[in-house]
Design a protein around this ligand. Structure first.
Ligand SMILES: [Zn+2]
Length: 262
């Protein structure tokens, strides 16, 4: 398929129809299996990391072909809902409902639509700003205080590596998102940052920004705890603009190039 087939312009007009996808079409055997597995994970409240039954057990349980079962599992694996350990003693393991997985899937769509890094950065600033205002507006003051508490103090940072730093940074933005009081918004709006983090992290070491960022986070956290919506919004917008400037200057590809995926 030529890459431009699915390209849409910034105003959203499309060059192709939506195709034949419908919620009402019959499910393939593999999709039915995938849905059943998801249903079991939910009904049994299986936490991330839990091993699912072996292939032999599932084949017997679901009465489908090996091919359909594997395709169903692969469907879930691609979307991060399970991981599959290969080799002896391996098997499917419950994954997590993480915006990073959704971000990876979204990035493919952005790529195919020809959406650029500039558009991604723009969306990211808007999303985080919106989440910060909603977080400050959360009516549960005790919850706001609890979620923001870890970010109210200045921490001493040792040079413990990029991984822990990225987790710490993403942790603050995730905490803000969870206060937005709408899981659809939290999950979808968190994806922009996840994509940027993934792409920029491999290009440069953002720890150089650490002191500035944690200081920003502290001020935003205070505004959220105080329920000051406008202030939380303004502080988050300034913070994100700073982060975006940093990312822009370190992007290895032109800003107007399509968002990469994987
Ligand atoms: Zn931040």
């Amino acid at each position: 398929m030529p890459r431009n087939t699915l390209r849409s312009d910034v105003n959203g007009s499309r060059s192709v129809s939506r195709g034949e996808v419908s919620l009402l079409r019959p499910l393939k055997a593999a999709e039915t299996v995938a849905r059943t597995i998801v249903g079991e994970i939910q009904s049994k409240s299986l936490p991330p990391g839990t091993s699912l039954p072996s292939e032999a057990t599932m084949l017997e349980q679901y009465g489908v072909s090996r091919e359909s079962l594997r395709e169903g599992l692969r469907l879930l694996e691609v979307q991060g809902m399970i991981t599959i350990r290969r080799g002896p003693g391996g098997g499917p393991i419950v994954g997590s409902v993480d915006a990073a997985h959704l971000g990876r899937v979204s990035a493919l769509f952005y790529n195919m639509a020809g959406a650029t890094y500039e558009e991604l950065f723009d969306a990211w600033v808007w999303a985080e700003t919106e989440l910060a205002e909603r977080a400050a507006r959360n009516p549960d003051g005790a919850l706001r205080a609890t979620r923001m508490e870890p970010f109210l103090q200045q921490h001493e940072h040792s040079e413990e590596g990029l991984g822990p730093y990225l987790e710490e940074h993403a942790g603050f933005h995730h905490a803000v998102a969870t206060l937005a009081g709408n899981r659809v918004l939290s999950l979808s709006l968190e994806t922009y940052g996840q994509i940027v983090t993934h792409h920029v992290a491999v290009l440069d070491d953002p720890r150089k920004l650490r002191a500035v960022l944690t200081d920003d986070h502290q001020h935003i956290a205070k505004a959220v705890v105080a329920g000051r919506c406008r202030r939380a919004r303004e502080l988050m917008e300034n913070h994100l603009r700073g982060v975006v400037d940093y990312c822009r200057s370190r992007l290895a590809v032109p800003l107007n190039s399509p968002v990469e995926w994987l």
